[in-house]
Design a protein around this ligand. Structure first.
Ligand code: NAD
Ligand code: DAU
Length: 357
């Protein structure tokens, strides 16, 4: 029996983590705290919302009173912290929101965990490892690679965007609470995820949505930037393994062993879409439009996840082509979801951003 606070569980990765834990561990109680920003959506959790081991609370992780109240009421054993502002482009136009949620929100949660677990931390409780603050982070904290090499857990932090700087800041605070207050923590740094419920401002779902609607597919710069793509359900499985078997105080890198140049990825996606939509081969690729590059655009990310593979036995399960085809099928079968999340304010926002490029 464990009572776990999951933050950001209505977002893309969070919803997959909540679904996995609710279904796989019926004796755990999962409380999902989410502010439901533009990126949070309760429709992402429709299939499990009525499960008796699941509860949702709408709220802000920066609201110290609310967070303390939840800790007092529920005596959580653990936190899996995913809530964040997550989109690099938005961090360039509005860095402060990223500082507030990603840094102040994280420290607010750390304070509550420290306060409520202090007897256990001081050795007066039953056992230290029954509490855990799991911080879900990103490979972007390591900066950018050249044409060779990989990010390991020893790579020095070198963030370039306001998003990655805010995630680096939150990682540092998590480690500082471990080193200073002996808070039991673990951190994972993961590469780019793809799959269902991904908000369509991010490259893959944005391209699927635009191709479907015969709209330009914006490729930043020359499309030469490289990302290491991982199926989101494999990330959720890695979080499960690290949560249960990871060493307190340690960091684990998670990656797809799957590097793609943006332009090659978009061309592959266009081919898949041609087939799925019954278009002539090459039809969707005509929508590819090279636009102004992202400021401070990191060239290449690639993760060395051998520590996680060797020590905890995790590895990605899905081939990229298979995962991508599955993802396209999901978006084509879930038009209503896509329409709902892209309607209203978002459409205006997207068109404004696109016009600036
Ligand atoms: P997302 O933007 O899809 O979801 C973020 C969720 O957090 C949303 O449900 C949102 O409503 C919620 N949220 C935002 N601000 C909040 C606040 N102040 N209080 C409470 N809830 C709030 O993000 P995602 O892509 O699912 O990423 C989840 C986590 O994983 C983030 O910490 C991100 O940095 C990290 N990560 C993401 C990726 C990726 O490829 N998407 C890769 C590695 C790490
Ligand atoms: O590496 C992990 C990170 O991956 C996570 O921490 C972030 O939360 C997540 O958003 C993602 O960041 P990226 O910036 O890599 O993802 P995005 O989908 O925004 O962009 C992927 C690549 O595609 C990047 O090189 C920029 C490029 N791009 C993006 C968009 C939205 C385009 O060429 N055109 C686009 O329209």
């Amino acid at each position: 029996m464990k009572h776990i606070l999951v933050t950001g569980g209505a977002g893309f990765i969070g919803s997959h983590v909540v679904r996995l834990f609710v279904n796989k561990y019926p004796n755990y109680k999962i409380l999902n705290l989410d502010k439901l920003t533009y990126a949070g959506n309760l429709a992402n959790l429709k299939d499990i919302e009525k499960n008796s081991n699941y509860e949702f609370v709408k709220g802000d992780i920066c609201d110290a009173k609310l967070v303390q109240k939840l800790f007092s009421k529920h005596t959580f054993d653990a936190v899996i912290h995913l809530a964040a502002e997550s989109h690099v482009d938005r961090s360039i136009s509005n860095p402060m929101e990223f500082v507030v949620t990603n840094i102040i929100g994280t420290v607010t949660l750390l304070n509550a965990a420290k306060h409520h677990w202090q007897n256990i931390i001081a050795g007066e409780g039953n056992n230290g490892r029954s509490n855990l603050f799991y911080h879900v982070s990103t490979d972007e904290v390591y900066g950018s690679l050249g044409e060779t090499g990989f990010f390991t857990e020893q790579t020095k932090y070198d963030p370039h965007s306001p998003y990655s700087a805010s995630k680096a800041g939150s990682d540092h605070f998590v480690r500082a609470y471990h080193d200073t207050f002996q808070l039991p923590v673990v951190i994972s740094n993961c590469s780019n995820n793809y799959g269902s419920y991904h908000f369509p401002e991010k490259l893959i779902p944005l391209a699927i949505n635009n191709i479907k609607n015969n709209k330009p597919v914006p490729v930043y710069g020359k499309g030469e930037n490289i990302r290491d793509w991982l199926f989101v359900e494999d990330h959720a499985k890695a979080i499960d393994v690290i949560f249960h078997k990871g060493k307190t105080g340690d960091t684990y890198n998670i990656g797809g062993i799957n590097e793609w140049k943006n332009i090659d990825l978009i061309r592959l996606l266009c081919k898949i879409m041609d087939k799925k939509l019954g278009r002539l081969d090459g039809e969707s690729a005509k929508l590819i439009t090279f636009v102004k590059d992202r400021a401070g655009h990191d060239l290449r990310y690639a993760i060395d996840s051998s520590k996680l593979q060797k020590e905890l036995g995790w590895k990605p399960s899905l081939q990229f082509e298979e995962g991508l085809a599955k993802t396209v099928d999901w978006y084509l079968a879930n038009e209503e979801w896509l329409k709902n999340v892209t309607s209203g304010d978002y459409q205006k926002y997207y068109e404004g951003q696109y016009a600036k490029r």
